[in-house]
Design a binder for this molecule. Structure first.
Ligand SMILES: [Zn+2]
Length: 379
């Protein structure tokens, strides 16, 4: 009941964002990493989009050992047929089809009347079910869809055979409380809702992707769509590492479990950065270079006494060896002495004080103090 399905879309929503494209070998390498990490579903691509995408989805379907492989398709038979063909070699496969349900998208993007949208949902989901029992349907722009129509669309998709229903915040517009309300409403009002797992899919345009995803889980969703390092369209998707570590760190308030081996998080983040050349900002939660680094004297002193003073998670829990005590102008004597000891220099009190004053002067001039700088200070 409290198991959350992690649906990773690094290779689809992530890959289609500027600067993040991957070639065939890179996608295979990333898919293997995601499988090792323990994600439940890998959305491997959009098979109709290009022959290259088709080929990648097919190879991933052939090679991945544990995860279910999903392919995305519009509400078109050609798309669904293409996804079914590409996914055929997978041990476990899912067809993921979507259609817009917001007034804005139906009118300006689809040029379809609401009744025609409902018909297309029923037809596309039923067609997808001919190829697999595992069909996900997404209400594109779901967070800007009218309540009554969202209920009808979801009921239609479930009646046609969808067993996962995803309500994307496609444009990153949602606020946590309103997003959660939609899930509670669907649970209350859609008569066949117990036949499907509800899913969140959030974008970070207002910096709320993770907050909205967690709000959706608390309101009854049991699948999260997310990406490694939060890559994705525009400001990105909800970052998997942030969701998984929030659940782990605040488990009394977020009483869920996932299948993710959190000690592989750093490796997965670095693998993706190395493949795409798309680096992570240093202050990024969980996987940024500074996420477990401390420079200020007060914090370093606390860390040396007991790491829990300034860390809510251990670096080991995300696969880092240890926290970094970075020496800079904000550092104090305690960390300075510890660092020198690590470098093999145990100084007496006077010598230490002298060296510390020289260190502070240098740190005022230089942003990064290297081990060589320190050794020069004491030699
Ligand atoms: Zn998206």
């Amino acid at each position: 009941m409290d198991r959350v399905i992690i649906f990773d879309t690094t290779l689809r929503d992530g890959e289609q964002s500027p600067g993040c494209s991957m070639n065939h070998e890179e996608k295979l390498r990333m898919a293997a990493m995601l499988d090792e990490l323990g994600v439940d579903v890998i959305e491997a691509g959009f098979p109709i989009a290009s022959p290259g995408d088709f080929h990648s989805v097919q190879e991933i379907a052939k090679t991945v050992k544990n995860a279910t492989i999903a392919g995305l398709c519009r509400a078109k038979k050609g798309d669904i047929q293409s996804a079914a063909d590409a996914l055929a070699p997978a041990k476990s496969r899912r067809i993921h089809t979507f259609l817009s349900t917001s007034p804005l998208h139906m009118k300006h993007k689809l040029n379809m009347e609401p009744g025609a949208v409902l018909e297309a949902i029923a037809e596309s989901v039923a067609f997808a079910r001919q190829f697999t029992d595992d069909v996900e349907w997404s209400a594109e722009d779901g967070s800007r869809t009218e309540d009554d129509f969202l209920c009808r669309a979801v009921e239609t998709a479930i009646a046609a055979g969808a067993n996962t229903i995803n309500i994307p915040d496609t444009v990153g517009y949602a606020l946590p409380e309103d997003y959660a309300r939609r899930f509670r409403m669907l649970k209350e009002r859609v008569p066949n809702i117990d036949k499907a797992i509800l899913s969140v899919h959030c974008h970070n345009d207002l910096g709320l992707a993770v907050a909205n995803s967690l709000a959706g889980l608390l309101a009854g969703a049991r699948q999260v769509e997310c990406t490694i390092n939060g890559i994705g369209e525009r400001a990105g998707n909800a970052a998997m590492e942030e969701i998984v570590m929030a659940i782990r760190t605040r488990n009394a308030d977020l009483p869920f479990t996932t299948n993710i081996d959190t000690t592989k998080i750093t490796k997965a983040s670095q693998t993706l950065s190395a493949i795409t050349g798309f680096t992570v900002q240093p202050n990024k939660a969980i996987v940024g270079a500074n996420a477990f680094a401390h420079e200020s004297g007060i914090h370093q002193d606390g860390m040396l006494k007991n790491a829990q003073t300034y860390e809510i998670m251990t670096p080991e829990s995300v696969g880092l060896e240890r926290s970094a005590l970075v020496l800079g102008k904000h550092s104090g004597r305690h960390a300075f002495r510890k660092k020198l000891e690590d470098l093999g220099h145990t100084l007496g009190e006077n010598a230490l004080e002298d060296a510390f004053l020289r260190f502070k002067k240098l740190a005022d001039e230089k942003k990064n103090i290297s081990d060589d700088d320190l050794l020069r200070l004491v030699s």
